[in-house]
Design a protein around this ligand. Structure first.
Ligand SMILES: [Fe+2]
Length: 378
């Protein structure tokens, strides 16, 4: 059995205040830092100025990721901006798209990619694997969903060709994951739910994934239990740090699970829905999850352990649980609301990235079964 995850995890409320010390202690030669952040709301938060204060001794360049599902075009444009700066360490603060963009930047050290074609070859065709020089990366999540702070992959979208790539290699592991619950206290409750559903899907899919093992499955069980016990409490008690911190930790553990196991059918079907209807990733995987649970149910090893941490819910009960949590935050859970048309069904099934991930699912799924899931969530 094998499990490898080199990310140093720091969990501390207010930990972002220590960012200067962390840099000094861990990367003492550093003089310049690239700060990768998300949309403008973070710049307005007090943490943005706190971070600048704490990094006063360093040259700091800021790069903003403006899109929630960054495309290869946007990352290439970003690369052309950041390559003009000289820095040693990247600090990424944000959701999955920010962390994933920073991971791609981290593998562009000591190369000069002069065209889009060269960039595509380097990133998407894996030439970066020949270059073990990388920027150090500190990943600080501001959502409770992706677990990207502890995984070795980054999702990159190709919006023109309606494709999604997973750049996947050990060189994408961040060096440090800093979990500071203060950064998620102002996250809108709908965002808490949507991103927690992503983490729940990582936990559950990671549990039944063929590539998982006894070590990664333990991380799955911990993460699922934390989410099931704390999500509703976190929504109903938004000021209470305890519940949100549990979700943040759950998301990290689910990330540790899929860093070994990878994801399965739920994720495979979800990407085209996000691409086509702009359904947030966490919501797409969350509404599909009970249906894949139903299909896989009799083929999951040690299902009793999974059921126990799921509060003994079967697939229909899990579906109701997810619907109720979404209703609490007025999140629509039907595809129709997002513009689904029955005429789209063949295109969705064709583009559902089922092939690669079906090998990782406990059972194979047919085109008709995929269709069936789409009809059930429409
Ligand atoms: Fe996900």
């Amino acid at each position: 059995m094998e499990y490898y995850n080199p990310v140093k995890v720091l969990i501390k409320q207010g930990g972002v205040m220590d960012i200067g010390t962390i840099l000094q202690d861990t990367f003492s030669e550093t003089k310049s830092v690239l700060l990768v952040i998300g949309k403008k709301s973070f710049e307005k938060s007090k943490y943005y100025s706190i971070i600048h204060e704490k990094l006063a001794e360093y040259n700091v360049f800021v790069y903003r990721v403006n899109n929630s599902n960054p495309s290869i075009d946007e990352i290439y444009d970003g690369y052309n901006i950041i390559k003009k700066f000289k820095f040693e360490v990247i600090i990424a603060i944000g959701g999955g798209s920010v962390l994933d963009t920073a991971k791609i930047f981290s593998i562009t050290r000591n190369v000069d990619l002069l065209s889009r074609d060269e960039f595509d070859k380097y990133i998407l065709e894996g030439k970066y694997k020949e270059n073990r020089k990388r920027y150090k990366l500190i990943a600080i999540p501001t959502t409770v969903g992706t677990g990207s702070e502890v995984t070795p992959f980054a999702v990159v979208w190709d919006k023109n060709n309606k494709k999604k790539y997973s750049v996947d290699d050990i060189s994408l592991y961040p060096d440090i994951a800093l979990l500071d619950v203060n950064l998620i206290m102002s996250l809108p409750k709908a965002q808490v739910v949507i991103t927690a559903l992503d983490a729940l899907s990582h936990g559950v899919e990671g549990y039944w994934a063929k590539r998982g093992n006894d070590i990664s499955r333990i991380y799955s069980l911990i993460s699922i239990e934390l989410i099931i016990k704390n999500l509703e409490l976190a929504i109903k008690n938004p000021e209470d740090v305890r519940y949100k911190e549990k979700l943040l930790i759950a998301s990290m553990f689910a990330g540790k699970s899929i860093s070994k196991s990878r994801t399965t059918l739920g994720h495979a079907i979800s990407y085209i829905l996000t691409m086509k209807y702009d359904i947030p990733h966490g919501l797409a995987v969350g509404i599909i999850l009970p249906h894949v649970y139903e299909l896989n149910y009799h083929h999951i090893e040690e299902i009793e352990k999974l059921k126990t941490v799921l509060g003994n819910m079967d697939s229909s009960e899990l579906k109701i649980w997810i619907k109720d949590i979404c209703d609490l935050c007025k999140i629509e859970t039907n595809l129709d609301y997002y513009g689904f048309k029955v005429d789209d069904i063949d295109e969705i099934c064709k583009n559902a990235n089922v092939i690669g991930r079906s090998d990782n699912n406990p059972i194979k799924i047919t085109n008709d079964e995929t269709k069936n899931i789409i009809y059930k969530i429409k």
